[in-house]
Design a protein around this ligand. Structure first.
Ligand code: C2E
Ligand code: CA
Ligand code: CA
Ligand code: CA
Length: 274
């Protein structure tokens, strides 16, 4: 009879193997998805409630995987990051967005937000090269905003890179502000133009005393440092009113519009900007 320890050992090895195989196959899936262009771009409007108009959009990826069914970005983005596939995925988004710019107003003040993982800043040449090849090559008539998530720690960012981005009229936004563990050091390192208040703080308004205090503090911080504030996940008129009363006028959320396919955006804009 096999000793129990051996059986458990084999079982553990088998489980590890299955887990590895699954992750490997997920890398294969992402590569395949890029090659076959299975990813599509959606966009969600950003409302400027003071001017009562849409000032920009955020680009959000969708993946309708023909083998596995739809997969949400909350699932595939962290895996792409862990598997070193986030750079090709970001390049795909930049490239596809640049090809679709005719869907958006040709206005240098119209913002297009693209989510970029901090991995893209690891080496200051990667981002600038990708932007030159994939974005500036089409002579964009809109302003690009790079939304950086503090999901993983930020490496030392070269001040030259930040100057170069600003010189090219690119804005930097810190996404999900307040949810990472190094928010304050990011402010100092990046000198961002925009802070995006995470939806967990927006949802806390009127319901959660501790988190809504954090919301107030983030707003105060942005105002003191002269950083533009955008609130995401705005779902109710109460949240919108509270944010506006506290000086946050750029709002994004289901209250205004869900993410939509890029083809639908021109009509949505015509109906909303009049
Ligand atoms: P995020 O950048 O914080 O994007 C905002 C998320 O909030 C989106 O989820 C959006 O659909 C959702 N949302 C918008 N309005 C509301 C609302 O009123 N209520 C609620 N509850 N949710 C709202 P989505 O599209 O599932 O994306 C999830 C995350 O995946 C994004 O969070 C972003 O971190 C990542 N992601 C999406 N597309 C890309 C991409 O192209 N590149 C990278 N690196 N990450 C991406
Ligand atoms: Ca974002
Ligand atoms: Ca966010
Ligand atoms: Ca988020």
């Amino acid at each position: 009879r096999l000793p129990l320890a051996l059986i458990f050992g084999l079982l553990a090895a088998w489980i590890t193997w299955i887990a590895t195989a699954r992750r490997m196959s997920f890398s294969w899936e992402i590569n395949m998805g890029i090659a076959q262009r299975e990813f599509t771009l959606f966009c969600q409007p950003l409302l400027n409630t003071r001017a009562q108009r849409c000032d920009g959009v955020e680009i959000l990826l969708r993946w309708n995987n023909p083998r596995l069914g739809p997969i949400t970005p909350d699932v595939f983005i962290p895996i792409a990051e862990a598997k070193n596939l986030i750079l090709p995925l970001t390049r795909y988004v930049l490239n596809e967005t640049a090809k679709e710019l005719h869907r958006f107003p040709a206005d240098p003040k119209f913002h297009i937000g693209i989510n970029v993982a901090a991995a893209h800043l690891r080496d200051d040449k990667i981002l600038l090269e990708d932007l030159n090849n994939l974005w500036f090559s089409v002579n964009p008539t809109v302003q690009l905003t790079i939304e950086l998530t503090e999901r993983d720690a930020l490496h030392d960012v070269n001040a030259g890179l930040l100057r170069a981005l600003h010189g090219k009229n690119i804005q930097l936004a810190i996404d999900d502000f307040g949810t990472g563990n190094s928010s304050l050091s990011w402010l100092e390192k990046l000198h961002p133009d925009v802070l995006k208040i995470d939806k967990s703080f927006t949802h806390a308004i009127g319901t959660d005393a501790v988190n809504s205090t954090v919301t107030d503090i983030i707003i105060a911080l942005g105002q003191r440092l002269n950083i533009e504030l955008v609130a995401e996940g705005v779902e109710t008129p109460e949240q919108a009113n509270y944010l506006q009363r506290h000086g946050v006028h750029l709002l994004q959320g289901y209250l205004y519009a869900p993410p939509m396919p890029l083809e639908e955006f021109p009509q949505w804009l015509a109906e909303h900007n009049g």
